[in-house]
Every structure is written in structure tokens, then in C-alpha cells.
Write a protein that binds this ligand. Sequence first.
Ligand code: SF4
Length: 474
Amino acid sequence: MSTQSMIADEFKIKFEAPKDWECQDGHVVKHKPYKKYLRTDIKAIFESKGIVDPYLRQREIVAQVYPFKINQHIIDMIDWDHYHFDPLFQLTFPQPDMLLPDELLRIEKMINDNCSRDEIAHAISDLRSDKNPAPANQASNRPIILEEDHSYECEGLQHKYTKTCLMFHRNAQTCHAYCTYCFRFNQFVGKDKFLEQDTDNLHKYLRQHQEISDVLITGGDPGTMKSDVFRSILEPLSEPDYSHIKNIRMGTKALTYHPYRFLTDPDADGLIDCFQEFISKGKHISIMAHFSHFNEITRPTIEAVKRLRSIGCNIRTQAPLMRYINDNPLVWSTMWERQVQYGMIPYYMFIARDTGPQCYFEVPLAKALYIYSEARKKMSGLSHTARGPSMSCGPGKVCVLGKERVAGEDVFILKFLQGRLDSWCDRVFFAKYDEKATWLDQLKPAFGEKEFFFETEYRDYLNTKKKMVEECHT
Ligand code: SF4
């Protein structure tokens, strides 16, 4: 063979057509290539279903404020005969009431008045800024890397709870589809970014912080990253310098938005091999899977779950409680029971964050508590592992434990599941019962207290952190 043909052979790109997935019972899951649809496709999607949607114009306007992305797998899961009420339609398609009536009218008028693209873009950007795009004081979670000559703040890491460090890789800045309630909407339009260009800062920070045991790879959705990026994160963590890192968590909705990522995608085997090698070195991988409704538990999802579990990954499930999507005890009990049946571990029920279209999706804390308790009553103990309803707020993860009458006062019993300061973890405290409250900042301390027990310490913490960041920048 000539040298020329040997070189040509070496550099030949091998294209292997994705294979379908053969299940143990003989069923075949057909490969579905990932194909995304964006705002300008909304009309065509309705047309393809033979639907004249009366709210099309409003949806297209809302989708300019909150980014829209969907794929064929989800389109196929929606019941188009009753799409208005379909939970997955509500989960992914823009809804007119996600904006207040005057906000919607303002943008519509600008379009009708032929305002310039720049003017409209400006108005939309202002609208987004009004929607608390970076909730829970997330910027204050950015850690500082200490160096002799110049310490600096990391844009794409967060370290809020002692044992866990979050990493936002630049290749995980998107998702296979966007949830209508997503609190990262500004990230997806290129603002308020939390991202690491590579893995250098992560590894450096972990070496400096031996107290950390868990790394949560998050985004967007790290399920959109290629396996070589996972390798660049995980391989160094098997070395002795990182023996304190025991658990890797991957926060993802790919199990329901694009389960083929773990089965038939061209890089699926690569990802599975990467995880398997890491696990064989004595580390644990936990998939923190976002499931919003039991309708998402389809055959491809079940097969992806089985495949991940077969190599030793655990799958813990979590979701926020959202009006129109899952504000019903039966939805949660059915979803949790099915998850347990397939070997997943229900982990969290969250409260809708105080951000973005919260006005549309929010459920009062009192109702959330009712839904959580009623769902638990319908299930065996195996499905009782989900904690909640929990608010991920600035001071920590605060769970609504119950409602009681204490010393003549109706109160919410609240508890820190995680605290910004370790000493807050598991502390129980009381707020006046308020049937309408939807978030911690709307609650008042019970029994005549002026503040909740943590507030002074929290302010001090934030001030100290601010000073440290300022010092880095001088
Ligand atoms: S999967 Fe998570 S990050 Fe992605 S759109 Fe949904 S809520 Fe947002």
C-alpha cells in the first residue's frame, strides 16, 4: 500500500449509522435523531397538526422573552387533540399568560407600530431584567480561587453548601428543549452567564478545598456535552489529589427530553464507557434527573434509565411543582411510584422559584404542602424519599414541613434542609401561616419575632463575601 493511501486511510472519517436500541424483551426503540424547533417554527408545528391556534401571535411574542426550543421526541409525546391541557405542552410551549397583559400589549404594539428590531430587542431585554433573572443571590455563590499574587472569582463555579461544588461548563449552556418555567432563561439568551471555559478552575478549586465531596455538573444541561468533555472533567478526579471527591452528580433533563442521548446517539456509547470507567475507579455517579410529569416516562426513557443503572449510576429525580403541569397529588404519586418501579430514587419536590413567569406557574406554599402530603399518603414507604416542598432560596433549601396551631397562632413549620451556613442545616423555625404566600420572602416570623433566626448572620455573610470579591478586583 502506498504511503499516500495509508495516510488517506488513517484520516478517513468513519461514519457509523446510529443503531436502534434492542430491549431485553425484544422490543426495539427506534433511534430518533435530535432535531430542534425554535420560535419561528411554532406556526409550522401547529399547522403540521392541523391546528389553528387562537393564541399563536401571543405565543410568538412570549417566545421572544422566554426562549423556546423543542424537539421531535417531545412533540410526539403531546396529546394534540387536547393540547391546551397537556402538561408537556404547558411545559414547553409559550403560554400567553406567562407575561402580564400590559407587558404583552406593549410588545405587540411595538410590533404593530413597526418599531425597529433594536427598539423591540431593547424592550424585551428590559422585560427580562424585571423578572429577577438571577434568583437566590446566585452570584454570591461564585467561589474565589486563592493565589499568592492574584486571587480571583470563578464565573462558572458555585460553592454554596460546604460539601458540594457546582460546575457550569461552557459546553453545557443549552438544553435539548427549554422548560417554560426555566429560571435560567437569561443564560440562554446570552446574559447573566455562569460558565467555565474549561476545567482548570474546577480542578484547581477542588484541590484547594478538601472539604468538598460532591461535584454537580450542571448547566443548561450537561447532557448536551460530548463525552470527551466529560472525560476532561472526570479523568483527573480519579487521581490521588482528588481522593476527597466521592460523588459526581449530573443535573439533566436529557432522560426525558432526549433519552436517545444514552441509547442510540452517535456519542451514547462513549458517554456510557466514560461513566463506567469512572465508577470502576471507586467513584459514584448520580444522575439528578428532572422529571416534571409521569407522561415523560416513556419506553425510551425507561431503557435509558436501565442502561445507566446497569453500569452503576444511581438516578435521583426532582422537579418543581408548577400550576397547569403537575399541581395535583395524583400526578406526583403516580410519577414517584413509576420512578421507584424502574429503580429511580425520588429526591426533591421544589417550589416555583421567584423568577421569570412565576406569576403563571406559582402554587401557594399551603397548597404545595397539601399536594406533597396527599401524594405521600397514596404511596408505599419506598416512594417517600422525596424531600419537599422545598424553596431553593438565598439562605439555603427551606422545606415547608407542616402547618400547625402553636400557642394560639397558625404557623408554617419550616426547616433548613441545607443552609448557607452549616449550623443552619436541620434548624426548624416558624412563620405566620399565610394561605397566599408563594415564597420565603413573603412570610413573616411567627410569635412576634422581628426577623427569622438566620437573617443577621446571612446579611453578615453576604457583606463579608462582597468585600472579599471587591478585594479580588482591586
Ligand atoms: S432542563 Fe433545566 S436548565 Fe434546561 S430549560 Fe429546563 S429547567 Fe431550564
